[in-house]
Design a protein. Sequence first.
Length: 276
Amino acid sequence: MLRRSIYKTPVQLRAMLQPGRITADALQAVRAIVAPGVTTAELDATAARIIESRGAESNFQLVRGYRHTTCVSVNEQVVHGIPGDRVLEPGDIVSIDAGAQYAGWNGDSAITVVVPDPDRPELVAARDELSRVTEGSMWAGIAAMARGTHIGEIGAAIEDHIVGAGHGYGILRDYVGHGIGRKMHEAPSVFNYRVPDPGPRIRPGLVLAIEPMVVAGSEETFVEEDEWTVSTVDGTAGSHWEHSVAVHDGGIWVLTAPDGGAAGLEPFGVRPVAFE
C-alpha cells in the first residue's frame, strides 16, 4: 500500500487558504461575544453561523459521535469541552477550538480568552499569564517551523518557551498537534515537548496544526463522564492555542491568522510571506 505524502503541492496549499480564513473568522466572532452570562452553546452557535454562511461545514461534526461546531473548555477543562448550557462567569478562562472544511480542505485553530472580573484581579492576572505563555509557546513553535529543518524542533521550542517562563506550568503529553489537509487530523504528530526523534523534514508543502495545551499545575488529566472533556486532576486551569501553518516555496504562512501570523511572529524575528 502506498503511503500518502505529508507534503502538499502548490495547488493544494492554495486550496487550504479559504478554510483557514473561514476558521479564523469564526473564532474572531466567538471571541467578540465572550462575556459573563453567555453560554457555551451560544459560542458554538456563533461559530456555526459564520462557518455555514461562508459555504463551509464544521469539520468537528465530521468526527464520529461529535455533533457540535466547536469545543469549549472552561477553567480546569483543557480541551474537548462540549458546548451546552454552562454560563460563563467572571474570571473564567475559556478555550475555544474550531475548524472548517471548505471544498474538501480543512482549517483548525484554537484561542483562549479570560473573562474579566474586576473583583478578582489576581485570578484574572494569573489566568491571563497562563494564556499569554501558552500562546507565546505556540508562536515559538511556529517560528521554529519557519527556521528549522525537522519537526522535532517545533516541540523543543514550545517546551523551552514554557519552561523559560518560570511558572512551573505543565504540558499535556497525551494530546499533540498534527498534520492537516484533506482531513482535519493527518500525519505527522507534532509534539509540544522535546522528543529524541527529529521527525520528518520541514520543507515546502508541509502543513501542520501546532497546538500547545498547557496547565497551571500538574499535567495529569482525566476524561470526564461525557467521554470527551479533558480536565486536570488537580483542578488547576488550562489554556489551549492552535494555528494551522503552511510552508511554501517563499516562506511560511499561518493559514488561520488574519495577518498570516505577522504580529505573533514579529517578536521572533520571522516575517510570514503570503502566497496565492
